[in-house]
Write a protein that binds this ligand. Structure first.
Ligand code: AHG
Ligand code: MN
Ligand code: MN
Length: 340
């Protein structure tokens, strides 16, 4: 609620659309459909312990990871809702081998495609910690009127129209970013609407929290180990040692980073030369959101959003969050590489 006035996600996006006379409202309507899928998934998550949706599905996804039942439910919900949407030509999901082109005439004439990680942080499902849904929206590059193609889904992050996530945390929130701004909407369960609660989110330039899987330290490069030592070293003026926080759910860890500042890292290591997180479903949308809020998303080599994807499920290392913290991490790591 802003100054006693409730603004729903719908009202907000319609107001935003009015600022652009050429806008057709298709993006707002697509967002409404994604929000609907989010509400359906939220319902399943909120009552997970009471219905038979906890635990493993008994199948693996394209990445060879064990699927949780809720991974599959969330995936199917998004595919179904977006198929019925008038504004989505097709989807690609972390849980499926290939993209799905919707074949009907309506969809063939839609100008957007959506990519998603239906449920991020799956390992947290059974322990009732924050999980989320991450989504990205691209304008398709294939011919309008025909079914969409893989090229629509292999666009770099710098071509994103919009991205966001829904976090199923102590409350349920949708954080939605366009190039212009990042805004947070809290789900009011009494009216079933996402309402503006965090207008114009800006990630602080500096932070005091580092977030990574510290159990992997032995597998890290010398540069990464040097940065870890920097985070743990005492320096009163700079507020170090920093605090370490790691939920193990990118959505949860980055939501905190967005609000409080900090750095989140999933680096390359000895057993995963490209890191673990997926460029198209996790790193690009999160970089788009964080950069629209004034932060930075980097692979160690280049901006995440400048990587030209060659495969739907490709992985990249990621350093993301408060701009000054990310730049400092990259500087320390580079220094060590030059010396070592
Ligand atoms: P997902 O549940 O979609 O497979 O993603 C899990 C990801 C991400 O959310 C998190 O940051 C990371 O895996 C945690 O990995 P580790 O357990 O290796 O730290
Ligand atoms: Mn994920
Ligand atoms: Mn997932």
């Amino acid at each position: 609620m802003l100054q006693g006035k409730l603004i729903t996600l719908d009202e907000f996006t319609i107001q935003e659309t009015r600022k652009f006379p050429q806008a057709t409202g298709e993006l707002s309507s697509l967002l409404r459909d994604i929000a609907l899928a989010g509400k359906v998934i939220n319902n399943k998550v909120r009552t997970a312990g009471l219905s038979d949706v906890l635990g493993k599905q008994g199948s693996s996804n394209i990445q060879g990871e064990q699927q949780e039942k809720l991974d599959v439910i969330a995936d199917e919900t998004l595919i179904h809702v977006l198929k019925n949407s008038a504004d989505c030509a097709g989807i690609a999901s972390e849980e499926n081998d290939d993209h799905v082109s919707y074949e009907d005439t309506f969809s063939a004439n839609s100008k957007y495609v959506v990519l998603f990680d239906p449920l991020d942080g799956s390992s947290n499902i059974d322990v009732n910690a924050s999980i989320g849904t991450i989504f990205s929206i691209y304008r398709r590059v294939s011919e309008l009127g025909k079914t969409c193609t893989e090229a629509d889904f292999l666009q770099p992050g710098n071509k994103l129209m919009a991205a966001g996530y829904i976090i199923y945390g102590s409350s349920t929130m949708m954080v939605y970013a366009t190039k212009l701004s990042v805004n947070g909407f809290t789900l009011d369960p009494s009216i079933g609407e996402f309402c503006l609660s965090h207008p114009n989110i800006k990630v602080p330039e500096n932070g005091k929290i580092y977030s990574l899987n510290q159990g992997n330290t032995n597998k890290y490069s010398e540069g990464m180990k040097a940065y870890l030592n920097y985070c743990m070293e005492s320096n009163k003026e700079e507020g170090r040692p920093y605090s370490h926080r790691y939920i193990g759910s990118m959505v949860g860890d980055l939501h905190r980073t967005l609000i409080k500042g900090g750095i989140f890292i999933y680096p390359a290591d000895k057993s995963s030369p490209n890191g673990k997180l997926r460029l198209q479903y996790e790193c690009n949308p999160m970089s788009f959101i964080v950069e629209a809020a004034g932060g930075l998303g980097h692979t160690g080599e280049e901006r995440v959003m400048d990587v030209v994807p060659t495969e739907l499920h490709q992985r990249v290392p990621i350093y993301i969050g408060s701009k000054n913290m990310v730049n400092k991490a990259l500087e320390i790591i580079k220094e060590k590489e030059v010396v070592g």
